[in-house]
Every structure is written in structure tokens, then in C-alpha cells.
Design a protein around this ligand. Structure first.
Ligand SMILES: [Zn+2]
Ligand SMILES: [Zn+2]
Length: 236
């Protein structure tokens, strides 16, 4: 499998990432990445961007040096009711919205509480993808999340950044998520969660997970631009 779309990328606007848009565009050209999504954090993340930063992505060309750019965000789930930190009037301006659990923005609760935080975010209709659901800091009922995502046509992310940084023990969880998505028929996306441009589109570990569970290609919506665009157009 050779995936050319990365739906999870951070710039310096996130406050704890170290590259800018032009770094990612240059790297995409070098690596043959066809499309990536800018998904800087929502404002509750310490050092995160102002909402205007997220909203003003309309200033970014749709295509730079032949690389398609999606205007997006990684919203923070801020309570167990699944509330996120980006208001609807901003979400409406974005092409793609991830929502994720992050320790600085919500304390990990019980499995039931963490699962509710994610399933309630899915049910809200505001978000397209759950970012790094394999985070071991937030134990969840994986099958409950996979079934809910399937029902509400939300994708779960297989996140290759998890194996580099703060979620390095995510492997088993990510394999189990892929297995659950295969069984339930839930869509997945591939995200590098790059905080530095050199990791853009680095999906080697994700391919290993797909191989390990013999994951069906038809559920990988980042397999082609058309497939991702169709998914997003049905949701947005
Ligand atoms: Zn995240
Ligand atoms: Zn991220």
C-alpha cells in the first residue's frame, strides 16, 4: 500500500510544532504526497492558535505547487459530553475536522467516561475523524467507538505519529482498533500527526498494522483524493 494523503499535520501555530506550511508543501512535492490537511489544534491546547487562525485558512490556496491542501483543525474534546473547543461558525469554514483527547485539555476518566467523550463527539455531527483513538492515556471501549463511528459515518484515525512521540505504547491499541474497524466496517484515515515536516506521509507502521490484520483497502478513505473528498462532501 502506498498512501499519498495525510490528514493530520501541525504547524508552528499549534504552539508545540516546529514547521510552517511551506515546509510541508516542499516535503509533499519531494515525497509525492498528493494532499494533506492542516490540522492545527483547537485553542484550548496550551499555546494553541487563536480561532481566527483556524478560520482564516480561506487565505490558503487550494493547491500549492501541485499539492492539494485541506483546511482543517484538530479540535480538543473538552468534556465527557463530547464538547469540542471550536464553535460551529468556524467549523463551517473548514474542509475537515478531527477531534481528539489530549491530556492537557481533558483529564482521563474511566473507560466509560473516555468512551462517552468520543462517542458523544461522534454523535454531535461536528467532526469527521477521531484523531489517535489508540492513545493509551485514554482507555476506551474500542468496539463501542468503532460501532458508533460506523453508525454516524465518522472515520477513526490510524495515527503513525503515535509510534514516535508521547503515545509510543499505542501499538496494541492501534492494531485492535484496526481489527475492530475491519469487523464493524468502520472507515479509517491515515495521519502522520507531524509536528515537524519531515514526518509528512510517513506511514510505514500503519502499513504494518494493515498487514497484521489484513485490513480491507475499501475502508481506507485516504487511499485516494476522490474517496476522501466524497466522504467529506457527504459529511460537511
Ligand atoms: Zn492530537
Ligand atoms: Zn495532532
Amino acid at each position: 500500500m502506498d498512501i499519498k494523503i495525510d490528514t493530520h499535520v501541525h504547524t508552528i501555530a499549534s504552539g508545540h510544532a516546529y514547521s510552517v506550511l511551506s515546509d510541508y508543501v516542499r516535503t509533499a512535492v519531494e515525497k509525492g504526497i498528493e494532499m494533506f490537511a492542516l490540522t492545527d489544534h483547537g485553542p484550548v491546547m496550551p499555546g494553541g492558535p487563536h480561532l481566527y487562525h483556524l478560520a482564516n485558512q480561506i487565505a490558503i490556496p487550494r493547491v500549492m505547487d501541485g499539492v492539494e491542501i485541506l483546511r482543517g483543525a484538530e479540535a480538543n474534546i473538552i468534556d465527557y459530553d463530547g464538547e469540542i473547543d471550536i464553535p460551529n461558525y468556524i467549523l463551517k469554514r473548514l474542509d475537515i475536522v478531527l477531534a481528539s483527547l489530549h491530556p492537557p485539555c481533558l483529564e482521563s476518566g474511566s473507560i466509560d467516561e473516555n468512551t462517552a467523550a468520543i462517542t458523544n463527539a461522534i454523535k454531535s455531527g461536528k467532526i469527521d475523524i477521531i484523531g489517535h483513538p489508540g492513545n493509551p492515556a485514554f482507555e476506551i471501549d474500542i468496539y463501542k467507538v468503532a460501532r458508533c463511528a460506523k453508525e454516524y459515518n465518522v472515520a477513526l484515525e490510524i495515527n503513525s505519529g503515535s509510534f514516535r512521540g508521547s503515545r509510543i505504547t499505542s501499538w496494541d491499541n492501534c492494531v485492535n482498533i484496526a481489527r475492530a474497524c475491519k469487523e464493524v466496517g468502520t472507515f479509517v484515515t491515515t495521519g502522520s500527526d507531524s509536528h515537524v515536516h519531515c514526518y509528512l506521509g510517513e506511514f510505514g507502521k500503519i502499513y504494518k498494522i494493515f498487514d497484521e490484520v489484513d485490513f480491507p483497502r475499501e475502508l481506507v478513505i485516504t487511499e485516494s483524493k476522490d474517496k476522501l473528498k466524497e466522504f467529506l462532501s457527504k459529511r460537511r
